[in-house]
Design a protein around this ligand. Sequence first.
Ligand code: NAP
Length: 238
Amino acid sequence: MALPHDGKLALVTGATRGLGRAIAERLRDDGARVIATGTKPDGVPPPGCEFMAVDFTDAEATEAFAEKIRARAPLILVNNAGIGIEKGIEELKTSEFREVHDINLVAPMILCRAVVPGMRRAKWGRILNVGSIYGIISREKRVPYSSTKFGIDGLTAALAPEVARDGILVNTLAPGFIYTDMVAAATDIDVPALEARIPIGRMAQPGEIAAFASWLVGPENTYMSGSNVVIDGGLVRV
Ligand SMILES: NC(=O)c1ccc[n+]([C@@H]2O[C@H](COP(=O)([O-])OP(=O)(O)OC[C@H]3O[C@@H](n4cnc5c(N)ncnc54)[C@H](OP(=O)(O)O)[C@@H]3O)[C@@H](O)[C@H]2O)c1
């Protein structure tokens, strides 16, 4: 039986761990050929995925990586790599603010620019930008993170109409809280108290988000573009 992604080439950034790894695995299982990225040259991708190392804080390396990707012309791009820095405004360094933007927002733009020509040629493409519920609501100490996550949805909103007539659909996926290193590293998240607030009663497993991500970038999604889709166990509605 044909699998949904049918041998299409997909690029998933930040796919060594957490959500990106789960998305890469799911796309692979759903029939894509997957390029998975991480920062370290000896990074370990999911089995069966090709690995490319790139650090999005290195502007030159990011542009060189994008040129390699342009030549490969993937028809699926998942801009997933991301970091968070939790700091109040008085403590926040400009360099830290820039770092979060380089990884969470500038690199996704550069990669969109690199893949759109190949997608236009194929008259088919799917771009998924990983946002966050902190791109819809926010809280203290999230100035760097939230400004990138509101920003990436702006990228989606503006790019979607620019490319829609060429069969390219662009969306933002806004997860709530997922059991990954990012949540474990956030010092101001009290997991039991948080889970008590989430209507479903727990954080998400990466695979639960990845299943929906695979649908969004697949052939069954024929009409959703320019959307910011929340997947958060009901949290932002309470
Ligand atoms: N976890 C959550 O609850 C949650 C909620 C909403 C949205 N999100 C979003 O989901 C995405 C993935 O989050 P996660 O929790 O899975 O994160 P994670 O477990 O911390 O993994 C982050 C990934 O990004 C890569 N990365 C980090 N710094 C990078 C850099 N300088 N250049 C290129 N890649 C870099 C990492 O590569 P290395 O392994 O090489 O470091 C890793 O593959 C992010 O965009 C995040 O904002 C997460």
